[in-house]
Design a protein around this ligand. Structure first.
Ligand code: SAM
Ligand code: SF4
Length: 429
């Protein structure tokens, strides 16, 4: 989501004369868009600002803006701790960025903008063209969260759940289509909780796929509780929804899910899994896992490990629990670091194995790949499989933006390497 936000901020500040520079030392404005989901981000920001300070020691000081969720969480504190920072702007106040900058240039008054004004933000952004020209583009449809999992800062940094109006989103889809975008990844902290005047995520997907230029639709990140039947059903009808379901489970133990306040059980997760597999056995699942949550005993961890083997999760993310200030879990007794590290290593090894097995199973088969860009040496094409796995194959500029049949010759854990099947414009069934 920060990538989407950064692009939209750029679309906005371009209106007041700012442009991107590839050369760090040329900049007269630095904007750091930050993430607060796990620890370390805050310290990284002060470290980065130290680097800017050093670079500009003998030059004119650039305008320094901190945006994103760390800005939201720390607000005034940032201006006090690091006087080199000029402006602090939270994720729901981006619509004020142009005025805030112009004001600062005129009056040199440092301010922090951290109100939750999500409706005005999207109304403002909807009037500014989304300039994303990537073949695969993000599109935020929902923000914030009302679920309050005990470990998570999102409800405090992104604010309450908000779904953008259906037509506002479709207007943005039209911009993206006109820019040549072929894949849309719908975004939200709880994307499947999308609900605006009874339009649900399923309605949006079916509407977006009516655009012939759009080849693929994906959505992330979902919560099991919001995996409603209408969304599950679209896997029967949709022609463009991809068969990878990113559905974070966090833990395989009901006890831990309860301690985390996740509001669902492992059986409920399994029900979703079986329903989707029945519709299409080729659907695969990916997930997020939090390891070493306070109270996680060996048998809880073992349940997570067995669950990963059972579902055969691919393309997943796993992290050690990171206490976030202000959340309920922040003050709970941590389990020993060494134990958490060992557990993380064990489940990551299993996740890698799942990934390797999946990739190996595709060797000597022909799969559909969406070409996204040329590789650095311009001799090959980088694309993605339907399961989001990177694919590299010999190809040319003209292959970009197209779904192509690629025969997979070899693979490693993270990438598939293949050969374009020439004389075939047909997608693989
Ligand atoms: N809404 C999604 C859900 O409920 O599954 C997750 C969105 S959250 C922004 C992204 C991921 O960050 C979570 O799935 C979780 O695994 C991870 N995460 C959040 N807080 C964390 C924490 N305190 N420590 C470690 N990982 C955390
Ligand atoms: Fe965070 Fe997701 Fe829980 Fe909301 S549902 S609090 S975003 S982990």
């Amino acid at each position: 989501m920060n990538e989407y936000d950064s692009n939209r901020i750029y679309d906005s500040v371009k209106k007041i004369g700012f442009d991107k520079t590839e050369n760090y030392e040329d900049a007269n404005c630095y904007l750091l868009n930050t993430c607060h989901i796990r620890d370390k981000a805050k310290e990284k920001i002060y470290h980065e600002i130290g680097r800017v300070k050093k670079t500009f020691r003998l030059k004119r000081k650039p305008l320094v803006i901190v945006a994103g969720c760390v800005a939201q969480a720390e607000n005034q504190e940032m201006l006090k701790r690091e006087p080199y920072i000029d402006l602090v702007i939270g994720p729901q106040s981006y619509h004020k960025i142009n005025n805030t900058i112009l004001n600062y240039i005129e009056e040199k008054k440092k301010i922090e903008e951290t109100e939750f004004d999500t409706i005005s933000k999207f109304e403002y952004l909807s009037k500014i063209k989304n300039n994303s020209k990537k073949i695969s583009s993000f599109l935020t449809i929902q923000e914030g969260c009302d679920k309050f999992c005990h470990f998570c800062v999102v409800p405090y940094t992104r604010g309450p759940e908000y779904s953008r109006p259906f037509n506002q989103i479709i207007d943005e889809v039209k911009y993206l289509v006109a820019n040549g975008v072929k894949e849309i990844i719908l975004l939200g902290q709880n994307v499947n909780a999308y609900n605006n005047e009874n339009y649900r995520l399923s309605d949006l997907i079916l509407e977006i796929e009516k655009y012939p230029e759009i080849e693929r639709v994906r959505y992330t990140t979902s919560h099991p509780k919001d995996m409603t039947d209408d969304l599950i059903e679209i896997y029967k009808y949709s022609k463009k929804i991809m068969p990878l379901v990113h559905l974070p489970v966090q833990s395989g133990s009901n006890k831990i899910l309860d301690l985390m306040n996740r509001k669902h059980t492992i059986n409920e997760y399994l029900e979703i899994f079986y329903k989707l597999k029945e519709i299409n056995s080729k659907i695969e699942f990916s997930s997020d896992f939090i390891i070493g949550y306070p109270g996680e005993e060996e048998k809880d961890f073992e349940s997570t490990y067995q669950f990963i083997k059972k579902i055969k999760f691919i393309n997943s993310y796993s992290f050690i629990f990171s206490p976030r200030p202000g959340t309920i879990a922040a003050d709970l007794k941590l389990i020993e670091k060494k134990i958490s590290m060992e557990r993380l290593e064990k489940i990551q090894n299993q996740l890698f194995k799942n990934q390797i097995n999946m990739n190996k199973s595709l060797e000597n088969t022909t799969i559909n790949v969406l070409g996204e860009n040329l590789t650095k040496d311009k001799k090959q094409v980088f694309g993605r499989s339907e399961y989001m796995t990177p694919v590299i194959f010999d190809g040319k500029e003209e292959n970009i933006g197209k779904i192509l049949p690629v025969k997979i010759i070899k693979s490693n854990r993270s990438t598939l390497f293949g050969k374009l099947i020439i004389n075939s414009n047909k997608k693989v069934a």
